[in-house]
Write a protein of this length. Structure first.
Length: 135
């Protein structure tokens, strides 16, 4: 599935993009715009993560979570990657020393399994040497 312009979005990047957040850096926006026609992927765990952030009041949306997810999953170029046994198992066997956040583990494993670089601003993931990052 891998390709030069295909990218997997970390949850916060997806949220920032859909919400037109000022947190998204110009370089990240450029990467997104270049990959729209080729393919942008999000892990299904990101859908869950957004819902949990709303549940815990750590993310405020201007519309209901149902409507936001419906809109966000229809954004240009977005393709949802479902969990597979391979991704689940890989998330428990990441090389080296990776932190214990299960959502991040699944996102990193998804990127590795589907062979698509990850676009993230997460320092813990950015410093992880066993992930291909989108530039």
């Amino acid at each position: 599935m891998g390709g030069d312009k295909l990218i997997l979005l970390d949850t916060h990047i997806w949220v920032w993009w859909v919400n037109k957040s000022g947190d998204l850096k110009p370089q990240q926006l450029e990467i997104l715009n270049k990959a729209i026609d080729s393919g942008l992927f999000i892990s299904v765990i990101s859908v869950w993560e957004v819902a949990k952030l709303v549940e815990y009041n750590r993310l405020k949306l201007s519309i209901s979570i149902d409507d936001w997810l419906d809109k966000a999953l229809k954004y240009p170029g977005i393709n949802k990657v479902e969990l597979s046994n391979e991704i689940i198992i890989q998330s428990t066997r990441l090389k080296g020393d990776f932190h214990k956040d299960p959502a991040d583990q699944i996102i990193v494993a998804t990127s590795n399994i589907i062979g698509v670089p990850l676009l993230t601003a997460d320092d813990k993931i950015l410093s992880y040497p066993y992930i291909k990052l989108a530039h």
